[in-house]
Design a protein around this ligand. Sequence first.
Ligand code: HEM
Ligand code: HEM
Length: 546
Amino acid sequence: TPQTRTGRITNFVDTRVGGSAMVKEFGRKIFPDHWSFMFGEVALYTFVILLISGTFLTFFFDPTMTHVVYNGSYNPLKGIGMSAAYSSTLDISFDVRGGLFMRQVHHWSAILFVAAVAVHMLRVFFTGAFRKPRELNWVVGGTLLILAMAAGFTGYSLPDDLLSGNGLRIIDGVVKSIPIVGSYISFFLFGGEFPGNAVIGRLYALHIMIVPALILLMIGMHLFMVIVHKHTQYPGPGRTNDNVVGFPVGPVYAAKAGGFFFIVFGIVAAISGLLTINPVWNYGPYDPSPVSAGTQPDWYIGFVDGALRLMPGTLGNFSLEWNIPFPWGVNTLSMNVLFPALVPAGIMFTLMFAWPWVESWITKDKREHHLLDRPRNAPFRTGVGVAGVISYCVMWAAASSDLVATHFEVSLNDVLYWTRALFIIGPILGFIVARRIALALQRKDREIVLHGRETGIIEMSPEGSFSERHADLDVYKLHNLVNYEDRQVIPAQPNATGYITRSEKSRGALSKFFFEDRVAPVTPSELAALHAEHGSGPAEIEGSST
Ligand code: HEM
Ligand code: HEM
């Protein structure tokens, strides 16, 4: 048959790169649909927006600390000495056409990017999507979270205004508090005594090349693994651990995802066109002497600042700063900087990375899981997640201790004491409350499954008593409420020599704690018994193997 010119060109390309085979392979991938799967997509799309807007900014931004005298069109700063980095950021804001808009697109999408990554992670955590076989993808994701924060921090340090300089000052403090080598590392990093004249250029290399390249690489691995493992799905009729129910990538999912990208881009553009972010011209150039009250870091870095503020300078009469004499001189070891800067974040990230293994060690559950948990059906995990979120939020809130004090006219010290107390009590209370709520919701579900849903129709019996009519649930609802995976306490077990090790003992106890009340979700066998008794309704769906 005669081919059109386009047909011939397409054929030429296809026979050389094998495009149609790839489309056949990937285009038929099935993706389940659920609103909570959109957060990962938002993360991906905001990253693309960051790449595009960031590239625009590189055309005009000057990443050097050369001293210049500002002579742009923003009058209040005219004639003032500053770095070329700050001056060029002002130029982008006032003298480059569309520059302010692009700066704000870049900054707003950065804020949304980290937020989407964080919420996406919470979705994965609370639904148990990190379980086998996705543990490694969880770790890749965690690395992405750290990289996202690093990208943000290196980014907003670039303009070299008062705010970004104060952020770097804190990093300088943390670095200097490292025993013995601290001051040398600081000297090396800043190219001399802080603030030096090298740090902006170095951050620039990290910000526009190394960190984005690492993120790109990690996202590639991340999505590759999503394809290899296939996506998880929520329980539903016909959905099992061995299948995926959803739309094929081509054309349905691709069209939806492509459209969603433009929606995200449109929203970011609208926000950036309307709302000011990081008005660096208000802060002035960096100068180590003034510290402005009320300026805040981007939200995702706040918790580090908060952790520094939470840490007491002394414990009672016990100083947390020591001058340690070494043969070559005296070194200061300052625990009230080093400890809060590294320990809370260290603990949080270690626990985060290790969680898939911690959980499967406790539960001894080594099966593959492709069906997601509803958070209420895993009360222990949900409690742990809530505790983690609370300790993070307390650190974050502590970063605004000065604003809370001035705004509500209370003592700054009181705000600090309260946040310190909350840091200890909050996560514990959060764990207990979240776990109790989850268990209560399970009981409610159980009630609904076993007795049908309330219809709102009140009936009067011939004897004159009133009752509400209950109706059978539809299969979709039922599938959500019944627990099809049997999970149970596995008590501590003796090893080959018949001895129960101490770690096995604690595992057994944790397993009990993990599952204790989890007998609450209705099981298929209970449902079948109910069916046999009443001969109707719910039990028709028989497990999820249909
Ligand atoms: C500045 C974040 C990727 C180029 C910034 C700023 C933030 C940020 C918060 C400060 C903006 C301001 O208010 O002035 C991020 C994040 C990224 C990312 C989270 C990726 C995950 C990129 C990429 C490029 C880039 C890939 C270049 C190809 C720049 C430039 C500046 C900047 C040139 C300085 C200009 C300015 O501050 O106005 N970035 N960025 N960024 N970013 Fe990025
Ligand atoms: C799945 C993107 C960070 C863990 C996904 C999906 C996308 C995505 C598009 C499939 C759709 C969905 O389930 O939402 C990204 C991007 C990230 C990022 C662009 C950051 C730049 C993270 C983080 C974690 C994580 C921080 C956890 C620590 C996972 C896991 C899956 C997944 C385990 C598989 C979930 C499933 O099959 O249900 N990611 N993600 N990701 N992500 Fe991420």
